[in-house]
Design a protein around this ligand. Structure first.
Ligand code: SGN
Ligand code: CA
Length: 525
């Protein structure tokens, strides 16, 4: 008996020694989950290199797996984060729209991981209103967060940190990894960037020696919303309504100009002051670098005063230049994190995931923002690397969802996926094979109404070929044949040739509603 006990002691000592060496050899991987805010798939060169080169984000894809058809279940910040934390749809986790408050008492991914011995932490944007639960450590931004001198709350104090948000959040992430690397515990770290969310303030270091670039308008930029339901024309998120000061960084001669620039008049008044207060929070050096770039742009605008289509094109380009610069800073900082992992020999046994809380319209249909079930806002970038378990250079176009991420992470941590989670682990794709019986349809439900950007509530189904959407307050439908009409401008719901498709999809939609237990989505024929 003594012999057996001492043998067991030796084994357990060895196991402890192994874990102590930076978790490299232990069974459980470190898990780093990077989520940005509003990053459109087409602004990442692994998906399309028309707009920007993102070598570091692409590196994750090249050294791992890229999901070409990854979708959110509700295209809005808070709801998407709640889905990720719970592995459940909004109607089950209770966070349907940004004005809700997340019920942190429910089971969540960090809680499961913490119980299983993980050190759990989140840095950056939270946006779920209630206090984070299940984390050993957190440092979250207040509400939407700020680009310059952002404020962070750690459970005790709120502190404003000098510098640029994307850099600071990455510094915080690296610091946690460094502090934990010899602790013997695997780490689950959520790195939530504010970028590239509105109001798209670039890092001043990316303004130096930089010139405005010209970006081609998307094909559907001048969409007239013909043969669509009313939803598209009711939406208030047109590029032409971007605010001159707040969004496009002009030095307004008179704050009234903001009010006249279009969009929601009340927010126009506030937005002018918002930009000023962000500018005021910069250091003298930052302000000087900012002015050096934006002042000549502003002067040129007042000298030329574009109008009509010229003004709309000018606004589009101004917006795109800033948006893409905030993405560039994300890419640089992801590079920094990857380098840190390499340097500390942590890459092999780390699952790193990059995604965004939803997609974003970059001028498609004349819009910015998201919310709609249309492709640019429904899709999200999703790439993962985990050299120990994921083959290199894999791509899949199967339909996957943000709902699947919590199960994927639990599985990677060697844990059971709880029955009540509604997603499926994506580990079945890790060896490059296409799993049999994978889902071939997804369900979507957007709940916000009478709020920012005025998008009507809707739910719907997307298959490989079709998308059927029901705007239930309007009691009106849209159907798109994505193979023939990838830009979703031709609603064929009333087309006689598609009646069999409608009937079939409605049946499938009903079965998804039952499967996912969405009792709020009834009453349609
Ligand atoms: C803010 C933005 C909106 C944006 C929402 C939600 N306006 O209200 O443009 O749609 O956030 O975004 S702003 O003038 O305050 O920037 S989300 O990503 O948090 O859901
Ligand atoms: Ca968002």
């Amino acid at each position: 008996v003594l012999l057996i006990i001492s043998a067991a002691l030796v084994i357990s000592c060895n196991a402890n020694k192994k874990i102590a060496s930076g978790n490299k050899d232990s069974q459980k991987p470190n898990i780093i989950f990077i989520m940005t805010d509003d990053h459109a798939k087409k602004a990442m060169s692994a998906y399309s290199d028309d707009l920007i080169k993102t070598p570091n984000l692409d590196r994750i894809a090249k050294e791992g797996i890229q999901f070409d058809n990854a979708f959110v279940t509700n295209s809005l910040c808070g709801p998407s984060r709640a889905v990720f934390l719970t592995g459940k749809y909004s109607h089950i986790n209770g966070f349907r729209a940004n004005f809700d408050k997340f019920n942190g008492d429910q089971p969540t991914l960090p809680k499961y991981l913490k119980t299983a011995g993980y050190y759990t932490a989140i840095v950056g944007k939270w946006h779920l209103v209630s206090i984070p639960q299940g984390f050993d450590e957190y440092s979250i931004m207040i509400d939407q967060g700020e680009y310059y001198s952002p404020r962070f709350f750690d459970g005790k104090d709120t502190v404003s940190v000098k510098g640029y948000a994307t850099d600071i959040i990455t510094d915080k992430a690296i610091k946690i990894l460094e502090q934990q690397k010899d602790s013997g515990k695997p780490v689950f770290l959520m790195v939530h960037q504010k970028a590239p969310h509105r109001d798209w303030m670039p890092n001043v270091s990316d303004l130096e020696n930089s010139k405005e670039k010209y970006y081609q308008l998307p094909e559907t930029f001048f969409d007239d919303y013909k043969n669509r339901t009313q939803a598209a024309s009711l939406a208030d998120m047109r590029i032409e309504d971007l605010f001159l000061g707040y969004d496009l960084k002009l030095y307004l001669k008179n704050p009234q100009e903001e009010t006249n620039s279009g969009g929601d008049k009340n927010s126009a008044k506030n937005s002018y002051n918002w930009l000023l207060s962000e500018y005021e929070s910069m250091t003298t050096v930052q302000k000087a670098m900012w002015d050096k770039y934006y002042k000549p742009i502003s002067d040129a605008y007042y000298a030329d005063k574009p109008i009509g289509d010229e003004l709309v094109k000018w606004k589009y380009n101004r917006f795109m230049n800033d948006y893409l610069k905030t993405v560039k800073s994300v890419d640089d900082n992801v590079g920094r994190l990857l380098e840190y992992l390499d340097k500390k020999d942590l890459s092999e046994n780390t699952l790193i995931i990059y995604t965004s809380d939803q997609g974003f319209f970059l001028g498609e249909h004349g819009w910015f923002d998201k919310r709609f079930m249309y492709e640019p806002s429904l899709t999200m970038p999703l790439v993962m690397r985990y050299p120990a378990k994921i083959k290199k250079n894999i791509k899949t176009d199967k339909l996957v969802q943000n709902l699947d991420l919590a199960p994927t992470i639990l599985k990677a941590a060697g844990l059971q996926v709880p029955e009540e989670m509604q997603g499926k682990s994506l580990d079945v794709f890790f060896q490059g094979k296409s799993p049999e019986n994978w889902k071939d349809k997804i369900y979507y439900h957007f709940y916000e109404s009478n709020a920012w950007h005025q998008v009507q509530k809707h739910f719907g189904i997307r298959t490989r070929q079709y998308k059927l959407i029901y705007f239930y307050d309007l009691k009106d439908w849209e159907l798109y044949d994505l193979e023939k009409d990838p830009n979703e401008i031709n609603n064929v719901y009333k087309n006689p040739e598609y009646q069999h498709v409608n009937a079939h999809l409605k049946k499938e939609l009903k079965s998804l509603i039952i499967k996912y237990k969405d009792s709020s989505a009834t009453n349609f024929n």
